[in-house]
Design a protein around this ligand. Structure first.
Ligand code: PHE
Length: 341
């Protein structure tokens, strides 16, 4: 039996030394040390040994097991080292190959203008409000004091979403005035930029979807002088300190008195050119003192508080700033156009 054990040791260690892969080592382990392995088979015969021989053979069997295990361990270290070396060889990395450039986009020019405008207003203590684009007629018209027969309520002008004309795509950002006063209360100083929708045909100056920026200031003692001073300051921040402005009387249901603000044409300096259609002035925004009825509709006492509101088109402002003549360029997302900014 002693010879048998020694033979197993010799055979096993030789085989292990020649193993090239971890899987081969595992099958050798099973072959020699496993439950049905050669060593176990020899040990099963130990019952027939004499009392003196049994511990001697037992000890030898343990030694054989230990040396086979050690050989497997040593060989597996060699095998995995070789595998790593082979992988390193196969996967060499050439750090001198030039990198691949990941193309990076940038802000849309109109949103760059919007961010500048927001900064200016925030600097003057305004908060930014957001409102829903799917709006109730109550907020888009009724609470803003628009009479039942106001032309802007017509189905030919506004996108209604329900047969009963109660829900629509907002046609202006003015409903956010109402929402802001209802949720925030007064005093308030806010602007609210966002998309608005009107049934307009697409051309160089119209789109069924465009952007407005609404503004609202309500406090004690606010007058038309605050309206003019604030808007002049902001327009000069945007267009430069020399910019000339003018205010013309106008009508909006939700402001009284109402006005429109023009700036002197930046292209011709007021002489008249195609950009200003020969007028010398470009209409920029609508504004006015918040109508007492609108304040009352929001639970604000017009005897105690007064305010002004304004609304302007973001596209027109961006077009003016970048001296672009066609609004469609803003929405077409033509990379050749956008990359110029
Ligand atoms: N909502 C008006 C429009 O779309 C603009 C406006 C806003 C006028 C606030 C006065 C006050 O034309």
């Amino acid at each position: 039996m002693k010879e048998q054990l020694e033979a197993i040791r010799k055979k096993a260690i030789e085989a292990i030394g020649g193993a090239e892969a971890a899987a081969d080592l595992e099958s050798l382990r099973v072959k020699y040390l496993g439950k049905k392995g050669e060593l176990t088979a020899v040990l099963k015969q130990m019952g027939g040994l004499s009392a003196e021989l049994r511990p001697v053979i037992g000890q030898l069997a343990n030694e054989v097991r230990a040396s086979v295990e050690k050989a497997i361990e040593a060989q597996s270290a060699i095998v995995s080292e070789r595998a790593l070396a082979a992988r390193l060889e196969a996967e060499t990395l050439d750090v001198t190959i030039p990198g691949k450039k990941v193309p990076q986009g940038h802000k849309h020019p109109m949103y760059a203008v919007l961010d500048d405008i927001k900064e200016i207003f925030i600097g003057m203590g305004f908060e930014i409000f957001d409102g829903p684009e799917i709006e109730r007629a109550e907020y888009n018209f009724t609470k803003l004091n628009a009479p039942e027969d106001h032309p802007s309520r017509d189905w030919t002008d506004t996108f209604y979403l329900t047969e009963d004309s109660s829900v629509l795509l907002r046609s202006q950002t003015s409903p956010v005035q109402i929402r802001a006063m209802e949720t925030h209360g007064v005093p308030i100083r806010m602007i609210s930029p966002g998309r608005v929708y009107r049934k307009d045909e697409v051309d160089a100056t119209h789109s069924p979807m465009f952007h407005q920026i609404e503004g609202l200031v309500v406090d004690k003692g606010i007058t038309m002088a605050d309206l003019k001073g604030t808007l002049n300051t902001i327009i000069r921040e945007i267009y430069g300190p020399e910019t000339k402005t003018r205010f013309r009387p106008h009508h909006f249901p939700f402001t009284e008195p109402s006005c429109e603000m023009d700036i002197q044409c930046h292209k011709c300096g007021g002489v008249g050119c195609p950009t200003c259609k020969g007028e010398g002035w470009i209409e920029l925004l609508g504004a006015g003192m918040v109508h007492p009825k609108v304040l009352r509709n929001c639970g604000v006492d017009p005897e105690e508080y007064s305010g002004f509101a304004f609304g302007f088109g973001l596209e027109r402002l961006a077009l003016g700033q970048y001296k672009i003549s066609d609004m469609r360029l803003i929405f077409e997302n033509d990379i050749r156009f956008l990359e110029q900014f």
